[in-house]
Design a protein around this ligand. Structure first.
Ligand code: LLP
Length: 429
């Protein structure tokens, strides 16, 4: 739950704002962000990695307001598409603090990044190295480039969000020698300035071991590069992936412990190989924005499926939170609009979509007198929920509201059916 969430007599308030008032004013489903929670976490990472750089991974959730918060708290930003770049630039984010990622950036996206003058571009394929060299020549610029390395680390997380084992689409594998070949090709292009290596081992990770192995393997590569080319690359980007608590069983690593451990690992490796300590960059997304976000839904139907469980249907579902359906993600949820003296019933919180996999919370306990019109709140939906939202079944995306010091404001307005119809080519009338 967000740092400023409280529950008094069953009623949830966030930063002093009653969720019943929020539902009344803005409708449901509603994404609510505790602005101070997000800012504090951003600041904690910036302070913990004070001698390096923290780039917030915008894919977790980005809009103009969030880009501003991130900038004001002193972080840089990772974007992985032209769309995310456009949001950042619209927000006035300094381009030199932006890194562009992506395993298949289009020519338009690379062009936009060069025009804006982004700080770093992380190259991910041989085609891209050639393409970027060509474009940089045309632009008359010399972008700073990092080579994304697949370190072969098996991160202990869901298969879909692990990104450093060999059999997947990202980066250049270390084991096959592709990473060193990529370095050779970048160095051969005078239009590109190779500044470092990048690795991201996966997401929702609690165990620092994977980062340790990745850092070790990157240090070995830095040595190989020094030996072959006589250059010591000054930067190392270790990606993001720090896990957050979705349920009580999850134990996140705090930013300072994470920073100290990563710094120690890299320093030890560099000492062992006689390398200067590179500047470290990390890219937390979820750990910055996830815990501060809550989704508020209104209950529509409560269906007791005799002897099995009770299905509680809310007015959103897999269109505003795909994570349960896609990864089997777990969430915590409470009745947020009143207190209840009734005993708990085993429930499944489901959405309104035409699909039985449309589950928000698979198993949870809710009071037996739960009824239509009650509000429920799902915690830790700040990351990868709005950003992966869809319009499945032509359901408009919910509004996003920020709360702070007893006040609320819309930071992304709710879609309307007209917003969706606007793109149809043959609307009559
Ligand atoms: N850097 C790179 C290069 C990444 O690919 C990612 C995430 C991050 C940083 C940030 O990872 P974070 O700190 O947020 O874990 N949709 C999935 C997560 C996919 C993450 C993809 N890359 C989910 O909902 O769990």
């Amino acid at each position: 739950w967000p740092k400023n969430a409280r529950r008094t007599e069953g009623v949830l308030t966030i930063a002093g704002v009653d969720v019943r008032d929020l539902a009344q004013q803005y409708g449901t489903p509603l994404y609510v962000y505790d602005e101070d929670d997000v800012r504090t976490r951003a600041r904690e990472y910036a302070q913990a990695f004070h001698d390096g750089h923290v780039h917030y991974a915008g894919k977790a959730f980005l809009c103009t307001a969030v880009a501003r918060w991130i900038h004001e708290e002193g972080l840089g930003l990772d974007v992985c598409s032209g769309g995310e770049l456009a949001v950042a630039l619209r927000a006035g984010f300094p381009p030199e603090k932006i890194t562009l990622h992506g395993n298949n950036k289009s020519v338009e996206e690379l062009d936009a990044a060069l025009t804006a003058g982004v700080g770093h571009i992380v190259v991910d394929s041989f085609e891209e190295i050639a393409r970027l060299g060509h474009l940089a020549r045309r632009h008359g610029t010399r972008p700073k480039v990092m080579v994304r390395v697949t370190t072969g680390v098996e991160a202990h997380t869901h298969e879909f969000i692990a990104t450093a084992h060999d059999d997947q689409k990202f980066g250049f594998s270390r084991g096959s020698g592709a990473a060193l070949e990529a370095v050779r090709r970048v160095l051969a292009l005078k239009e590109l300035e190779l500044v470092g290596l990048h690795s991201h081992i996966g997401s929702q990770i609690f165990d620092p071991d994977g980062f340790e192995v990745a850092a070790h393997r990157l240090a070995e590569l830095l040595v190989a590069i020094r030996d072959e080319h006589g250059v010591e690359l000054p930067e190392l980007d270790l990606g993001g992936g720090y896990g957050i608590a979705y349920t009580t069983g999850d134990e996140p690593i705090d930013p300072k412990t994470m920073a100290d451990s990563l710094r120690d690992i890299v320093a030890r490796e560099c000492r062992a190989y006689g390398l200067a300590m590179p500047t470290l960059t990390v890219e937390p997304g979820r750990a910055v924005i996830g815990p501060g976000g809550v989704t508020v839904y209104e209950v529509g139907t409560v269906k007791d499926v005799e002897g099995i469980r009770t299905y509680v249907s809310v007015d959103g579902g897999m269109s505003d939170n795909l994570r349960t359906a896609l990864y089997g993600a777990e969430y915590s949820c409470v009745l947020a609009s009143r207190t209840s003296d009734e005993g708990p019933m085993l429930a499944r919180l489901v959405g309104k979509h035409c699909e039985s996999g449309d589950i928000v919370v698979r198993d949870l306990w809710l009071p037996e007198d739960l009824t239509a019109g009650d509000l429920v709140a799902v915690a830790a939906t700040g990351a990868y929920c709005r950003s992966m939202a869809s319009n499945y079944n032509h359901v408009p995306k919910p509004a996003v509201v920020a709360v702070r010091n007893g006040r609320s404001r819309v930071i992304v307005r709710r879609e309307t059916p007209d917003d969706l119809l606007r793109l149809d080519a043959e609307v009559e009338g």
